[in-house]
Write a protein that binds this ligand. Structure first.
Ligand code: F6R
Length: 608
């Protein structure tokens, strides 16, 4: 996820673009840049780091020109640095582009262009687009962009300018969002409404597969195959603050609802329709996966909860003993980590001090280190031998949601990749998982439609001081994450445990009305978990179950049921967590808490 902003009109473009990018920093903030047309040539300024650095540079050396584009980046290809920051140009400086999203076939495109003698100055997929458009250019930017995007595959939004056409910006939306802002004698283009709301409330939403052509006095949309589109203007009534959260009251809810897109991005270009897998930064030596005899997973908090799912998935699919350990324990435990093992360090930020220390220790002991992280160029990613980026986009709310869900998807991809090398996954299971993974974003969307039901159930939690989350196996792993979400934002004491553990002590705390959330998706242990429901029901508990939509048994046992679509049991955590995120959210809202910045917590714990 990145932020894009464009302006064409009578005013100086750069300050308007910088102001717009500031309001899009929630979409990315590892580097930023602007390109401006001064009537004769294109000039680019860009800088690694937060937007403030670029703004300071431009304050000293202003860019003059009234047509421009800008970008604030959240890296997916290439480390966050000056070179990889957008905008990108072709070598002659004829075409300049910014882009948000992923060009899946950029390696093949780049090789083709390189074979024709092209030189690249960055590691990005974006630069390839600048080359392609320049290559296709015959005097009309719109046509050049059309031909270039005909060769590119992926989910992205692209905005381009040509040196030979001042006062014209052309853009394409292929899934990643884009809106046009209509002013008087001036036009704006942005990834999201907040960037332009200070200038105009008249907005046109660009739809998937459409091209945009803007000049100071007009806008035009057409389809990729050249058919004109008649699109009505919308008047936006949101406040600037509301707009930044996409109309959602909190970033956490916005991020929960972004999960279908985040899951799509995590899978994008990695799992083809035919089932082939490409994990570009995972490059095990020959035979490494085949001979692997131990996997260590280390992380903290939510990331470790993703690791608990990974442990079950790796052991089931790969038959490799796997341990998921708190990083802050592992680093002092003198663990039996040996060469030939794989250590997967999971961290949204890639900067958690304990996770870095545990990862470093594993590496020192000869383990191969793989980073499963959301932040390109983070310390963890720099120290790892292999990297799998989650591509969740920036997560603003302290309570992690979309980062967790994309970590899970990353683990399934890894398990499939290693399993294929070991030849241990039956073809039918492999097929079933591939199909189910490809369909998972849509199913996450279906779970999100139950939001109002979850909200109604949340009302039943509000006055309680203690809540329990139970499940077995993978359901227990999900229960741990559901419980953490509940405690960190609702401030209700919450504990998760394997369903079989209740009767060994905790059952003493279950009294009339105590809410017990039961996750119940694993066929082999279904009846056992139902027995645990009966134990708590006998003590008067209020039982809320998370179960498949076609489970006809559960309604006989639970007071309320949160339904998820059917998937292979191994994948159920990706769906089962979503109602639990919503539950925690609505309980916390009903209790009147600060959702995005819960007390005493920080987004990234960079001290021990
Ligand atoms: C909880 C949460 C934390 C983090 C933990 C690790 O919602 O976000 O538990 O998961 O602090 O952070 P990262 O993943 O950045 O290493």
């Amino acid at each position: 996820m990145c932020g894009i902003m464009g302006y064409v009109g009578p005013r100086d473009a750069a300050p308007i673009i910088i102001d717009g990018l500031k309001r899009l920093e929630y979409r990315g903030y590892d580097s930023a840049g602007v390109a401006v047309h001064d009537g004769t040539s294109l000039t680019v300024a860009k800088a690694e780091g937060k937007l403030g650095r670029l703004a300071a540079m431009l304050a000293e050396h202003p860019l003059v020109g009234s047509c421009g584009i800008g970008h604030t980046r959240w890296a997916t290809h290439g480390a966050p640095n000056d070179r990889n920051a957008h905008p990108h140009t072709d070598p002659a400086g004829e075409i300049v582009v910014v882009h948000n999203g992923i060009i899946e076939n950029f390696v093949a495109l780049k090789e083709n262009l390189a074979a024709g003698g092209a030189d690249f100055s960055s590691e990005t997929d974006t630069e390839v687009l600048a080359h392609l458009i320049a290559h296709e250019y015959q005097g009309d930017l719109l046509e050049a962009v059309r031909r270039a995007v005909g060769k590119a595959e992926g989910a992205y939004a692209l905005v381009a300018m040509s040196r030979r056409e001042p006062d014209r910006i052309v853009a394409v939306r292929m899934i990643s969002p884009l809106v046009i802002g209509i002013g008087k004698g001036e036009m704006f283009l942005a990834s999201d409404v907040p960037a332009i709301l200070h200038h105009t409330r008249d907005i046109v939403v660009v739809e998937n597969g459409e091209m945009v052509d803007i000049t100071p006095d007009g806008w035009r949309i057409e389809t990729l195959d050249g058919r004109p589109v008649d699109r009505a203007m919308l008047e936006i009534t949101w406040s600037a603050e509301q707009a930044e959260r996409g109309g959602y009251p909190h970033f956490m809810l916005k991020e929960i609802f972004e999960q279908p897109q985040a899951a799509t991005d995590t899978l994008s270009g990695r799992l083809d329709e035919d089932g082939s897998l490409v994990l570009d930064k995972v490059d095990f030596p020959d035979g490494f996966g085949r001979d692997l005899d131990k996997i260590w997973i280390t992380a903290c908090g939510t990331a470790l909860h993703a690791g608990h799912v990974g442990k079950v998935v790796f052991e089931r699919l790969l038959r490799v003993p796997t341990e998921a350990a708190f990083a802050h324990e592992l680093r002092y435990a003198d663990p039996l980590i040996a060469p030939g093992s794989l250590t997967i360090a999971i961290s949204q930020s890639g900067e958690t001090a304990d996770t870095l220390a545990a990862a470093g220790l594993a590496k020192n002991r000869g383990s191969r280190l793989l980073a499963l992280t959301n932040v390109v160029g983070s310390t963890l990613s720099r120290e790892a031998d292999d990297i799998l980026y989650t591509r969740a986009g920036p997560e603003i709310a302290v309570a992690s949601t979309k980062a967790y869900l994309t970590m899970l998807i990353g683990e399934y991809l890894l398990a499939l990749a290693i399993g294929r090398e070991r030849r241990v996954i039956a073809a039918a299971t492999d097929d079933e998982l591939v199909r189910a993974l490809r369909g998972i974003p849509v199913k996450i969307g279906e779970v999100l439609k139950t939001d109002q039901e979850v909200e109604a159930i949340a009302a039943r939690f509000v006055g309680h001081d203690d809540v329990y989350f139970i499940g077995r196996g993978l359901d227990h792993a999900v229960a741990m994450e559901g419980s953490l979400k509940m405690k960190e934002i609702s401030y209700i004491h919450s504990e998760a445990m394997p369903a079989g553990e209740l009767k060994h002590g905790t059952l003493a705390l279950v009294t009339a009305g105590t809410p017990v959330v039961v996750v119940l998706t694993q066929k082999e242990v279904y009846d056992k978990t139902v027995s645990a429901i009966q134990e708590v029901k006998a003590r008067g508990a209020l039982v809320i179950a998370v179960a498949y939509e076609d489970d006809t048994e559960i309604a006989k046992h639970a007071d309320e049921v949160l339904r998820i679509p059917r998937v292979p049991d191994l994948l159920s955590p990706v769906l089962a967590i979503v109602p639990l995120q919503l539950l925690a959210y609505h309980v916390a809202v009903a209790r009147g808490h600060d959702i995005d910045q819960p007390r005493n917590l920080a987004k990234s714990v960079t001290v021990e």
